[in-house]
Write a protein that binds this ligand. Sequence first.
Ligand code: NI
Length: 258
Amino acid sequence: MIFDTHAHYDDEAFDEDRDQLINSLPENGVVKVVNVGASLKMSEASLELSKKYPHVYAAIGIHPDEAKEADEQGLMKIRKMIENPKVVAVGEIGLDYYWNKENKDIQKKAFVDQLDIAKEYKLPVIIHSRDAAEDTMKILKEENAGINGGVVHCFSYSPEIAKEAVKMGFNIGVGGVLTFKNGKKAKEVVEAIPLDRIVIETDCPYLAPVPFRGKRNSSLYLPYVVEMIAEIKNIDKEEVIRETYKNGCRMYGIDCDL
Ligand code: NI
């Protein structure tokens, strides 16, 4: 049983076959999916998907690229959405200095305000962080943001930073990048941290693993990520699937009959 801890099935890339694809996941071994919001609109869409499909859960949050949405009114909408029973996390939230260097203060405020909401509702957080390791770690520490757990998704930093995040209570999100030729750092991270802190994710439609790199990603390709983790950790694939499934359930507080 596979747990895709980070997907965006509301994306227009799935407009043609969304229903069919999501319905086909359980019979293909993917029995839990968290659809992650990245804007108010996408959070709303995640919520709708979670209501429609028993195996889909929702995360609600505003991505750093959309930080300006996180004004008083936006945060109120986030709170309102969080009240729904299938919301399991706040995210994705964080800092992205790769795409935006000019509005760091706005990004930081949106990040901290949403971390506060997560603490208030005792929910784990899904962290997006790109080219912003120092500020991200500083804020996570200052805010004691790992108190309800969570994940640093699509982890792109060093093994040292990964260990630090684990110490703070976070899991490390591992996806298609692990299979890339230039995914050396991701491999080192998987090597450095214990299996019980690894969760698997697609970030679909993005980041399809090899041999589908560049194509539309979906949870159906997660076995390629599993295979690479098994190879790096020198354990069998079934163990990777079983343990990462447990980790996903534990992280999101989903009762998975384990
Ligand atoms: Ni994402």
